[in-house]
Write a protein that binds this ligand. Structure first.
Ligand code: N01
Length: 546
């Protein structure tokens, strides 16, 4: 990638004028700042709503929170020195360790001096005459920038369901995505948890350890595979240091950016006994590697059905009460059609005396009362604390929350009224010089995030370097390129079982009124990387450069 100083920074006469503004100081924003400032020599400012770096990890500090990518792959790989000096303690680190890592990166590369914390971006309007973006913050400042890069994360806008009566609740309620930094004391409390996605599946076992009683309100039953978390051995830590290149090459070759490849075997090409043995081994290994047991698990319904049968049987074996086991195993979607959670003792938690499961598909929540939750049948569940593990307005929520307007005052909200439209997940037609890091239309959430992030950030950096070295000032995609990309995103999704999960946030189905469009690019990270590289190599084919 380009590392030369392409042009001198703009004069600092206007302290709010920059070559590039980056929104968000998580994994994406930090690396984007480093690339544009230190490799291209641009003047850059990062605007961040939180009081520190970390993005999703700054906000998601709920009990049981952990990364589901293996730690040695859930980090940057651009710096050999950084790779060698940092040591992860566990296979799946939690927020404190990931926050320590991101602060270490920010300090090592002296990034914090160019980040303005506690600053929410309210609007970003493109001024065509001057070819700049004007970015207004909640503090009343207006920044001016040539390039606007949104590094807002895919899962940052909490979805608190609109359940009548919440305002009357006499206890305390929390959303997992905005967890109080001082923590929540569950001791002696009757806790209700709504939601059984990746978050709820991580939170329930930990809440149950200290709460007097936990009631889990389940709308959609979910698969989960044991994470098998544990400390990393000294040998493994050394192996990570010594094999940086091999690990990186594997992550770049893998469909999902993880440090392992999918098996080459098709699920139905082996005998039932052999298949069972492979699944057993994958279950023992645990984590997302289970998903790699057979090559065709997400591309063939027949193959997927064999995983479904195995995983449902595991639930029935673990959960002692048959009625509870049936509710947990009554899963209505193919395995991995929703993001496959990994857990530590999730199903085992329902064997505890202080935990109950309520099937709110069968008996929906009618309202929240001052004392707890009431369901349609009239059953009352008295609660002291209510935990919403109800997910996010994924992929587009954080972008659309800002009033982003492109050429001719076109609002992004309007441009995306029927769902997100862009070219290779990076740029929207009519919004020149605005780039999205891991936005819709890119592999993003289907990929190990740091791998997707590094590819996007480096592509954007190279693109800006190209513009400046060629004396060009503007890039935006052509409408026909957008059309063609949307067709490719749809085709990639339809070649998998992923769109078959009716209640998936991948489809926007968890947010009332949101257009139902499969948002991430499901064609694989390795293939996507090549598409982006080819576009750049063909002089940014599909874009107009002026
Ligand atoms: O959110 P979700 P999440 N009434 O949307 C239920 C990443 N992540 O925070 O399926 C009742 O998956 C909803 O039910 P349904 C990961 O990418 C990663 O768990 O809509 N229930 C569902 O059960 C993940 O996919 C990690 O019927 C309601 C749950 O709430 C993404 O974040 C850890 C409801 C929401 O599940 C989001 O996961 C955690 C309502 N009105 C998260 N509205 C790791 O790295 C929603 N629900 C391990």
């Amino acid at each position: 990638m380009a590392r030369t100083n392409v042009t001198a920074p703009v004069p600092k006469s206007d302290p709010l004028r920059f070559d590039a503004l980056v929104v968000g100081a998580g994994f994406s924003g930090l690396y984007q700042l480093l690339c544009l400032r230190d490799r291209l020599g641009l003047s850059v400012k990062v605007l961040e709503a939180g009081a520190g770096v970390g993005g999703t990890w700054y906000w998601n500090r709920y009990p049981g929170a952990r990364c589901d990518s293996e730690s040695h792959s859930y980090c940057y790989s651009f710096s050999e020195e950084l790779w060698r000096e940092w040591e992860w303690s566990e296979k799946y680190p939690g927020p404190p360790e990931i926050m320590r890592y991101l602060n270490h990166v920010a300090d090592k590369f002296d990034l914090k001096r160019d980040i303005r914390f506690n600053t929410k971006v309210e609007s970003a309007h493109y001024d065509e005459k001057e070819n700049v973006w004007r970015v207004a913050t909640h503090t009343g400042d207006t920044y001016t920038t040539q390039f606007l890069i949104t590094a807002v994360g895919c899962l940052s806008t909490a979805n608190v369901p609109d359940i009548p009566g919440l305002e009357t609740f006499q206890g305390k309620w929390y959303h997992t995505g905005h967890w109080p930094h001082e923590g929540v004391d569950f001791r002696g409390k009757r806790v209700g948890q709504v939601g059984t996605g990746s978050t709820g599946i991580q939170a329930a076992p930990v809440i149950a350890e200290t709460a007097k009683h936990l009631t889990v309100f389940q709308r959609t039953a979910n698969y989960s595979v044991p994470a098998r978390n544990g400390p990393l051995t000294a040998e493994f830590k050394q192996w990570i240091k010594d094999n940086a290149e091999e690990i990186r090459n594997t992550m770049h070759a893998a469909v999902n950016g993880h440090p392992f490849l999918l098996s080459e075997t098709l699920a139905l090409s082996v005998s039932p006994d052999e298949r069972e043995a492979i699944y057993e081994k994958a279950w023992e290994t645990g984590g997302l590697r289970f998903r790699g047991a057979f090559r065709d698990l997400v591309t063939s319904n027949e193959a997927n059905a064999t995983a479904v049968a195995f995983l449902k049987r595991k639930i029935r074996e673990i959960v002692k009460d048959p009625a509870t086991a049936e509710k947990l195993a009554n899963i209505d979607h193919p395995y991995a059609a929703k993001r496959p959670p990994i857990d530590t003792d999730y199903f085992e938690t329902f064997n505890r005396d202080n935990v109950d499961l309520v099937d709110i598909r069968a008996d929906p929540i009618e309202r929240i009362t001052p004392a707890g939750i009431r369901t349609k049948s009239g059953a009352d569940y008295p609660l002291d604390i209510l935990v919403f593990a109800t997910g996010f307005d994924g992929m587009t929520g954080s972008l659309l929350k800002m009033d982003i307007r492109g050429r001719d005052d076109l609002a992004l909200k309007e441009a995306w009224a029927a769902g997100p439209r862009n070219y290779i997940g990076l740029q929207v037609a009519g919004f020149p010089n605005m780039f999205m890091v891991t936005g819709p239309g890119s592999p993003s959430v289907l990929c190990n995030m740091p791998v997707a992030i590094e590819q996007h950030v480096e592509w954007i950096t190279d693109c800006i370097a190209h513009l400046r070295s060629e004396g060009l000032t503007r890039i935006e995609p052509k409408e026909e390129a957008v059309e063609s990309w949307i067709a490719q995103v749809n085709a990639a999704a339809n070649a998998t079982v992923l769109p078959q999960a009716k209640h998936s946030w991948y489809l926007g189905a968890n947010i009332p009124g949101k257009p139902r469009v499969f948002m991430p690019y499901a064609g694989g990270m390795a293939h996507y990387r090549k598409i982006c590289a080819d576009v750049a190599a063909r002089n940014y084919e599909g874009f107009t450069l002026t």
